[in-house]
Design a binder for this molecule. Sequence first.
Ligand code: F6P
Length: 382
Amino acid sequence: MSIKKIGILTGGGDCPGLNSVIYGIMLKAYDTGIECVGILKGWKGLIENLTIPLNIAEHDDLHTVGGTILYTSRTNPFKSIESKEKVAQDLVAKLDELGIDALIAIGGDDTLSVADAMCKYAKANVIGCPKTIDNDLAGTHYTFGFWSAVQLASNAMDNLTTTARSHQRVFVVEIMGRDAGFLTMYSGISAGADIILIPETPFDFERDIVEVLRNRVNAGYKHHIIATSEGAYPKNESLERDFNTISKETIDNLPKDTYGNPLLAKLNISKIIVDELNLRKDLKSDFQNNGVDFESRSVVLGHTMRAGTPNSYDRILGLRFGLAAMKLVLEGKFGNMVSLQGNKIETIPLSEGVKKKYITKDNDKMELRDLLVKIRYLSKQK
Ligand code: F6P
């Protein structure tokens, strides 16, 4: 089948580099005489016929601009009660109605699962491009936007160090990442955070926070930065033993991880940590014995982490993904997605790419984190 017109859509949370992918697609499409149409607001735009023409002459250097010119949403048509075949066929009919011969969907596991289902149940001409600021998609070493966000969080923690030092404070910095700790781990190590908490390793409040702060203050440190993923949470026994500011009812109503630990992700973990630390008279007196009045503040970096322009790495990765996705369209390799393996752009089935990934125990960042946290105070102990 000869391709004359392609659709492009972006779904899920935005991130720096989405426009870079779009521009990479447009460059190759223009060069091969293919028309591009933007489908607005992710899958919602396909259902509701929300489209714009994408004329490359009007978008010079789009790869340098943050966010997505196509808007985005978290609409997932397969969450309806209709049969998967019917939903997939309806979506393909929408593409036909719009005269779109092939579609490139740029998004995370949710968006790409729709692309995968369209191919599986209706043999749709769809190619995927992986996107998530959290970098927790299996099948690609890095997603675009990730390194921009790491730099941003690292800079924020570098900057917070000066005010932490001036006031001799403990700052608890909450970093995006509901399920995986890549953003927190990488930015925390980069900025030299004093404690790094991620969802993959549920923490013990007493051992991993109170004890470390006590050891640090006894070693002479007067300010401290704790980097925590928004999805980090305490181990069950620590939650029962150490936490006084969350009611039993709240805990009982929370979803649990595979080991039965309640997931505190929705509860603003940085504030909980600060509230709990404020109740610790023993820790406060350790601080005072070292001439420091205990003061703690929480900072939620939140959506600032997805905001702004992509860095050079993400601009180039986005362009490479866009070019590679367009080439897959030209080769008719539908049902696949582009991915980064080492420094090479490869092709993998959509069904592989939609799987999630986490920081595993054998990842060298785990050891680096543990060394970074403890060696500084250990090496100064008298
Ligand atoms: O999945 C990406 C992500 O940025 C998470 O890190 C974060 O929890 C979530 O999206 C925020 O979503 P929203 O923009 O819908 O608030």
